[in-house]
Ligand binder design. Structure first.
Ligand code: GLU
Length: 456
């Protein structure tokens, strides 16, 4: 005999309990991350409990290793659960495939209670033929569904293989886990009336439904991995920081109700309010995420940025003589995503062949001839520097500009081209020379002089 009293005696009461209930598909949608985040924030704001439940009863969708991906993804985002498969809790098990006998027992009980009926080996929900069912959702308000509408079909609750459908399992689990707020995507909104009928048939309290609208690519299309839209993992691989993604995703369909946009996770947990969740679908704007990411990159402590940037710096810079921290300092304020980094540093190891027309620059009042003279003049001055620092190099360039009665750019510009071979670089001449080191900088100045001599 299944012990209903025992399992029901374990249901916690009183405090807020929310759950994120992903199916192990092997990746995390942006929309899934947002649902997880809102669910977490509702619990944390209320000093409640956030639960992770793995919904793996749809064996056809099962992907090997996917549960571990859920763990690492959520943990990486800082969305830590208080109860779940790996950490336990008062209402186990937290993996649906381990709850088979629970679903079977409750399906049979529901038949006895008159809320379901047997159909061969399966059990189906009994829906009243007449009347209507009204449910409440905090985002969408009261919704009334006629009992004869297509969404109210007598759907299967327990399949002939003994496994539950989502429509049954979610109600059983949410009740037995003491869930107070059910946060989920709007694709489930049309089924809430059916869930209410199940809660009522069991005589159980109905949780608060918090339905969130989809995340869209544009006005017509949902964000979709299949159509090439990025998942959360894709965004990380594209050089976005977790903290920036989490912050941006929180604002996709929720408004803190002020001008402020930058919130870390702990701050979100303080200000989050269900009333700020919007009914309208949110459009995912990668440009906006880039802006958030740039803000987060700039706010990082230099050591933290250097650690995150190092693998990207190493993609472009093989030379062991340059200092990673110096390069990181050079680019921290000049990249929006980490993947911007290698492309900005492609001149550090070697100067690629460039056209001497690069030396023609109106604003700096330079051309090839002037640049050659400037480089010839600065060469011995640079050579004389004993402490090779950015400030010393800059001071040397400025002194030459004074001597030539010219603007600093007249010296800085040709020098920067000479040591980089590029029109656009992260940092100016002095910063780049400092990073390259004295010997390498002088070598590049010599090569530039030779190149300009050739076209004289
Ligand atoms: N397993 C469902 C999904 O991944 C969860 C829906 C819910 O949160 O109840 O869509």
């Amino acid at each position: 005999m299944f012990d209903f009293t025992d399992i029901e005696s374990k249901i916690p009461h009183g405090a807020v309990r929310t759950r994120f209930a992903p199916s192990p598909t092997g990746f995390m949608h942006v929309g899934g991350l947002r649902t997880a985040l809102y669910t977490y924030l509702i619990a944390k704001k209320a000093g409640g409990t956030f639960i992770l439940r793995i919904e793996d009863t749809d064996q056809a969708r099962f992907v090997e290793g996917a549960t571990e991906i859920i763990y690492s993804t959520l943990r990486g985002a800082g969305i830590d659960w208080d109860e779940g498969p790996d950490v336990g809790g008062p209402t186990p098990p937290y993996i649906q495939s381990e709850r088979r006998e629970i679903y079977e027992a409750y399906a049979e009980k529901l038949v006895e209670l008159g809320g379901a009926y047997r159909d061969g080996d399966a059990i189906r929900q009994k829906i009243p033929k007449e009347g209507s069912t009204t449910f409440h959702d905090v985002v969408f308000g009261d919704i009334t569904v006629p009992n004869d509408s297509p969404s109210m079909n007598a759907g299967v609750l327990l399949k002939s293989d003994g496994l539950p459908t989502y429509n049954f399992a979610n109600v059983i689990d949410d009740h037995l886990m003491g869930i107070t707020h059910v946060v989920r995507g709007s694709e489930y909104l049309s089924s809430d009336a059916k869930y209410d009928l199940l809660y009522n048939a069991f005589g159980w309290e109905i949780p608060t439904y918090v339905t969130v609208s989809p995340v869209m690519r544009d006005a017509q299309h949902k964000l979709s991995k299949r159509n090439g839209d990025p998942t959360y993992e894709d965004l990380l691989a594209q050089g976005y920081l977790t903290e920036a993604i989490v912050n941006y995703v929180a604002l996709l369909g929720w408004s803190p109700g002020g001008e402020r946009e930058i919130f870390n996770l702990a701050e979100l947990a303080e200000v989050f309010d269900i009333r700020g969740i919007s009914k309208s679908p949110a459009i995912f704007d990668i440009a906006k995420l880039r802006y958030f990411n740039a803000e987060y990159i700039r706010a990082l402590a230099p050591e933290k940025f250097a650690a995150l940037a190092e693998p990207y710096i190493r993609q472009a810079v093989k030379s062991e003589s340059v200092n990673i921290a110096d390069i990181a300092e050079l680019i921290q304020a000049r990249c929006e995503v980490l993947t911007d980094i290698p492309g900005k540093l492609d001149f550090i190891d070697v100067v690629s062949d460039y056209n001497t027309e690069l030396y023609i620059h109106k604003k700096s009042k330079t051309d090839e001839k002037i640049s050659l003279d400037v480089l010839n003049a600065i060469r011995p001055e640079l050579d004389a520097i004993t402490d090779w620092t950015r400030d010393a190099i800059a001071a040397t360039c400025e002194a030459l500009a004074v001597k030539l009665d010219a603007k600093n750019a007249l010296v800085m510009y040709p020098l920067r081209i000479a040591v980089s071979g590029k029109a656009v670089t992260p940092g100016g001449a002095a910063e780049i020379c400092a990073v390259l080191g004295k010997a390498e900088s002088l070598k590049r100045v010599d090569a530039a002089i030779a190149k300009l001599e050739e076209i004289k």
